[in-house]
Each structure stands twice: as C-alpha cells, then as structure tokens.
Design a protein around this ligand. Sequence first.
Ligand SMILES: Nc1nc2c(c(=O)[nH]1)N[C@H]1C(S)=C(S)[C@@H](COP(=O)(O)OP(=O)(O)OC[C@H]3O[C@@H](n4cnc5c(=O)[nH]c(N)nc54)[C@H](O)[C@@H]3O)O[C@H]1N2
Ligand SMILES: Nc1nc2c(c(=O)[nH]1)N[C@H]1C(S)=C(S)[C@@H](COP(=O)(O)OP(=O)(O)OC[C@H]3O[C@@H](n4cnc5c(=O)[nH]c(N)nc54)[C@H](O)[C@@H]3O)O[C@H]1N2
Ligand code: SF4
Ligand SMILES: [Mo]
Length: 729
Amino acid sequence: MKRVVHAACPHDCPDACGVLITIEDGRATRIQGDPEHPVTRGFLCAKVAKYLDRVYSPDRVLYPMRRVKAKGPAADAADADKSVRATQAFERVSWDEALDEIADRFRHIVAEYSAEAILPYSYGGTLGALNGASMDRRFFHRLGASQLERTICSSAGEEGLKSVIGIKLGTEPEQFAHSRYIIAWGSNIHGNNVHLWPFIEEARRQGAKLVVIDPYRTRTAKCADWYLPINPGTDAALALGLMHVIINENLFDADYVSRYTVGFEDLKARAQQYPPEKVAHWTGISAADIRKLAREYATVRPSVIRVNYGIQRSERGGMSMRAVTMLPCLIGSWKELGGGLQMSLSGSFGLNSEALKMPELMLKAWGRPARTVNMVQLGTALNSLTAPPVQALFVYNSNPAAVCPNHNEVVRGLKRPDLFTVVHEQFFTDTTDYADIVLPATTFFEHKDLQTAYGHYYLQVSNQAIDPVGECRSNVELFRALAERMGFDDDCFRETVDSMIDRALEAPNPWLQGITRERLEREHRIRLNFAVPNRVGTGASPVQAERSSAEITTPFLPFAQGSFPTPSGKAEFYSETLQRQGLDPVVAFTPPDESRHGSKATGFPLELLARKPDNHLNSTFANVASVRKMETQLGDLEMHPTDAEARGVRNGDRIRAFNQRGEIVLQARVDSSQKNGSVPPGVVAARLDWARFSPSGGNINVLTSEILTDMGNAATFYSVCVEVELLRA
Ligand SMILES: Nc1nc2c(c(=O)[nH]1)N[C@H]1C(S)=C(S)[C@@H](COP(=O)(O)OP(=O)(O)OC[C@H]3O[C@@H](n4cnc5c(=O)[nH]c(N)nc54)[C@H](O)[C@@H]3O)O[C@H]1N2
Ligand SMILES: Nc1nc2c(c(=O)[nH]1)N[C@H]1C(S)=C(S)[C@@H](COP(=O)(O)OP(=O)(O)OC[C@H]3O[C@@H](n4cnc5c(=O)[nH]c(N)nc54)[C@H](O)[C@@H]3O)O[C@H]1N2
Ligand code: SF4
Ligand SMILES: [Mo]
C-alpha cells in the first residue's frame, strides 16, 4: 500500500521545508518538497533530496553499543572503511543494559561529585520543538546537571539585532519578490538558505539589484549584480560608513527616525568618526563604492537587507549586527512591502518552551539554577573545570568532536579515561569515536514533532513516516526511558508527544491564536496569525494596501509603525541596556583582536574563514557518500595568488596551515585569475569536515579558538589568524 506523509525538515537551516514522504509497505520510497508550502514551494536542497540514502544507510547506529576498545578513531582505515571500523570498537548491548549502566554511572557521579559533574551537550541535530528541547531538558533539570550555554551559532547576532529592534523578526521571504534593492550581507544564500533565492530572482526579473557583501566569493556573490569583498570582521565599520553618508547627505527618513527611534543625535555624532575614506582602510572597499552603496541603498526603494550569521561569527559580531540593524531604521524601509531586514524570524513563534523544558525542576534539585558551561569552551571545560570537574558528558543532537572550536583541546578532554561519555546518534561520528556508550537515534522520518522556522513564518507538524529503523529511539523517548531508570516519577516524564505539542501551542503569544495541533495535522502548515494584535504591530500600512501580493494576502510589516519591543518602545540607536552592561551604548568599530589589524596580531598573518560546506549541514551528511560527492572542495585551503606566491605555493600543493592552537595539512587551491578567485589577499578559506576524514587527523577546528564574542557569548569561527607553509614532498 502506498501513502504520502507530510513532514518538515528539522535540520538547522532557515528554510524548514515542507516535505512529502512516500511510503510503500512500511518503507519510505521517495522524498520530495511539498509544492503547497508557500515559501519552500516544492523543492528540496540537494542533500535532503538524497535523504533516503541517509535514513537507510548501512552505517546507521541501529542498536545500543558499549565500548570495548580504547577511545579514539580507528587508525589507518581507508576513507570508505572508516565508518565500518568505527563500529568495531563497540559491542552490541540491549537497551536495558545500556540504560542501567548510564543510570548506575550517573548515580555514582552524583554521590561522589554532585550532579553538576554531569554535562549535557546538544545543539542543532534537529530543530524540532520536542526533539530539540523538551524531555531532554526536563531530565537534566530534574537531575540537577550542569546547564549548557548553547551559543555556538547565532547568539551574538541575536543580541545585536535585539539591541536595536527588541525581537528576532523581520522581513518575510515572500516580500523579497517586491524589493528593488537587495543586499545579501554575510549571507550565503545559495549554500545555506536556498529557498530565498527564487524570491530574489523574481525581484530581479522586475529590475531589482542584488548586492553581496562577503569576504568569500560564494555562488551567490558570483550571481550578484554587484559583489563587494569585505575584510572579515569589519562590517560595523562599513555600516557606520554608510550611515555617515546617509546622514550627512540627508538621505534618511527624518519622519520615521523622529517617531520611532531613540538616540539619533548620538548616532549622528558617532557616524562622523567614520568617513568613507577611513572605512575603506578597514574594509578594503573603496570610498567611492561606500558612497555609491549608501546612496543606492537609501534611494532605490524598497530596499531590503538579508543579513545572516556570517558577520557575527567574529569577535565583535554583536556590534556588527547592531550596526547593520540600524540601517533600515534610519532609512525607514520597515514601512515598505519588500523593505526592512531579515536575520532570524524565530522570535515570532513564541512557543511555550517553558512548559516543554520545565526549568523549575532544576530549582527543585538545587534551590538555585545549576552552574552553566559554555558549549564553545568544551575543551577548557573537559580539561580544566573544577568544583566539580566534568565526569560525564551526554551528547545528543551534536557532533562536538567535529564542530566545536579548539578541536585539539576538545579531543584531549574526550580522551580522558575517567570521563564517562554517552552519545545518542544516527551515525558513528567523530564524537562516537570517544563514547563509552552509543545509543541509536531516529531521523525525522521516524518520529513526530512540531516545527518552527527561522527563515519564514509557517508552523508545521512533522508526522512520523516510518517505524524507527533497528532499535532507534527519538530524543523524547530516550530521555523518558532514562528518567524512569533514574527513578524520577514526576508526571512530566510520562507526557505524550501529542500532549507536549498541544502545550507548546498554548503560549501567551497572540500570533498562535487559533493554531492547534489538529489544524496543523490537517492543513500541514499554518502561517502565524499576524491579524491578532501583539505588542509588535500588525503593520497594516497604506503602502501595503496598494501593493498587495498574490502570495501574501496580508503582508507582515512588523515595524511599519514602530512598535519595537525594546525598553524604550523605539528602535534604539542608543541603548541604556548596553550601557549598563558596560558596552558601547551607540555602536563603534574595533577590529577583532585576532585579525591583521587587531591588538593580538601575531606571527600568523592570514585571516582564516573556517567555512561551512555548501552541500553538507555543518558536520551532518559528510559521511553520506552520495552527498559527499557533491562537496568538491573538502581538504582544500583556498588562497589568493599573492599570498600563495609569497610562500612559494602553487595550485594543488600540499600545505600546512597552523597557528598557536594547532595545524592541519590541506591542499592549496589557488585561482590565478584574480577576478574569479574566492578570497581577497590576506584571507584564506577551508571547509568544515569530519576530523576522521582528514589525513592529518583533526579538522579545520584545530585552528579556531574558544574566544567568545562581545555580545551573546558566541563562537568566533571567523576571527582566526593562521600561517601557511609549503610541504615539500
Ligand atoms: N548547505 C548548508 N546549509 C546550512 C549550513 C551548512 O553547514 N551547510 N549550516 C546551517 C547553519 S547551522 C547556519 S547557522 C546557517 C548559517 O548560514 P549563514 O548565516 O549564511 O552562515 P555562514 O555560512 O557562516 O556565513 C555566511 C557568509 O558570511 C561570510 N562571512 C564570513 N565572515 C564575514 C564577515 O566578517 N563579514 C561579512 N560580511 N561576511 C562574512 C561567509 O564567507 C559566508 O559566505 O546555515 C544553515 N544552513
Ligand atoms: N569550523 C566551523 N565550525 C562550525 C561552524 C562553522 O561554520 N565552521 N558552524 C557552527 C554552527 S553555526 C553550528 S550551529 C554548529 C553545529 O553543530 P551541531 O549542532 O553539532 O551540528 P551538526 O554537525 O549538524 O551535528 C548534529 C548531529 O546530530 C545528529 N542528529 C540529528 N538528528 C538527531 C536526533 O534527532 N537525535 C540525536 N540524538 N541526534 C541527531 C546528527 O547525526 C549529527 O551528527 O557547528 C558550528 N561549528
Ligand atoms: S536542509 Fe534546509 S533547504 Fe534542505 S530540505 Fe532541510 S530545510 Fe530545506
Ligand atoms: Mo548554526
């Protein structure tokens, strides 16, 4: 019998695609995009289009496993054998045995050290509301384990954005079709956010111009009308330079600024310190281009900025995002259909996450919140934390031995014989190489969940399409079982999946009004109910009535009439909150300390972009052969010809990239035609891959650091200095 199930892609991607899975005799036989999803419109990215290869891969973890050999990757295995060899360090055990062993070890650790010696480690394996953060959090809160500060990705940008507009929302993707001037700013749209592209193309067919600001010539940059390579970490300078021109040439929206913003005079004074000539020095973008960009952005309307996380993975990423977020507030483009700015839209969903996570259980355990460990600093935590030391690590939804910065320190910690490590996974990853117990995890085909998005405003239920393969369990079911094994008898550990979805939707967020699980199951996707007034405006403006679009009958213009949910109720060019935190209340540019111009400029003169792979998702998919084939630049270090020549390096040479934290052997990729090269002088780039697949062991994160950003305690993957040396054969 053949049937089609509606699901939603839960990977850490802004698009949250609607997915249709065809099932024949209990087996998934086809995956396709749901053509009825108004944003993702029937196509999938290349990696998820091959998802059957992942779900039915012979390399899946199918049963609980217990380590029987020393920790560490299988030595000397050829690439193709590495996943197979990884399994040979383990023996199969039953779920009962595995859960008993974990509960037993946890009880001993609690008795000897305290529950804070246990550290959960999870991130973006699935963004499903339940399997991302519900039963797992209840379990660790009830246990009293250390809390994980989950800031490896976006928190600097979020804090920067919110410091100006108060909330994570912005221009919906459908409205990009109505824009006339689109800036992709630190935003790899083709690689990481491909469902925005058709809307941009629609706009370009109507004459819109696409500008890309990125130090790396992405495919999006190659398709742009105007590409501006920028030095890494200098975006705040550029934004201030643009504001200098916009303010001094009177191109800002004085009415919008006076009604809906605070601190304009402070900003105006500050911007005077950033004339285009000075900004050119920092950014590498000419003064003439800065003036032209400022004038076009302010006058070719509607203009919109798609700013993504690229600019905030830098030491001062919070301030960079803050500066960029000021631009639409200055020119008043929030008023226009197709205007404004998009970073993350996730602040709109406002699910009742407290009901899912139940942090009050932690207070019961401790009478206070448990201590917090930053996930970016896992290496330091495993090696140096005391009172108590980390004695157990429970990893799920993450692959820290690949994705975490300062990889060598992470591995040194993971190798500790006295560290008890449990990894709940779909595959034998770099992290399972150090696990004492590996537990089999379901994919989204095999469990039900509620799905939000950070690149559109549609909520979805993702239905279970097939039975779990092997003995896989979802995160929800794993932590339910473990709670029982630990003797936690609170009712919350028996709550059903459907009941949790219902409760997540019972939130004090007016935009969820009328949206129920039953409706989501029937209708598959529902746009947030923006007709209901919230503290942020519904944005019904006259502009919108004149130019209503076929796709969005009621476009969402959250800040057309101000209503910014900030302390002042206005967009904050001056922030008292930041001032109280000891940060610059306006905005300023300081080069990252670890950069060519920075205060910690050392003997490592090249700035490294430790990039995401365009065809994988961080470390996910790297082991799926059909997907890996598409990612042709793994193991490469992209260099500008000038930097290569200075080191006697030619295209294809083996090189060693190194700094004070580590080294890695890569192959130089030098495009001698400067026009098409991927990086400007002084910048090199490489892609994230599994450490296991690297000939020198360790991946590009051997070079990245644990330094945290200025706001949001986030990772600084793009503030890294290295040197490169030719390896003679
Ligand atoms: N195919 C694919 N899709 C993905 C992912 C993936 O790994 N692969 N990862 C997912 C995840 S977890 C996330 S967070 C999103 C992230 O998606 P994006 O926000 O697009 O993140 P990045 O690729 O880190 O950075 C975007 C661009 O910023 C550029 N950049 C780096 N430094 C600077 C700078 O200082 N200034 C400027 N202006 N640009 C800079 C980079 O070269 C890059 O091209 O994508 C998600 N989607
Ligand atoms: N050098 C460098 N490093 C980076 C980045 C970069 O750009 N450059 N990007 C950073 C960013 S933005 C992010 S968000 C992080 C991402 O870091 P992670 O969140 O660790 O992301 P992934 O590499 O996708 O690994 C997720 C793992 O979860 C597993 N998984 C998927 N679904 C489930 C599930 O339902 N249950 C369980 N138990 N497991 C599941 C997958 O098999 C996969 O191995 O990486 C960061 N690291
Ligand atoms: S990874 Fe992103 S683009 Fe690909 S299917 Fe999932 S949501 Fe869509
Ligand atoms: Mo991310």
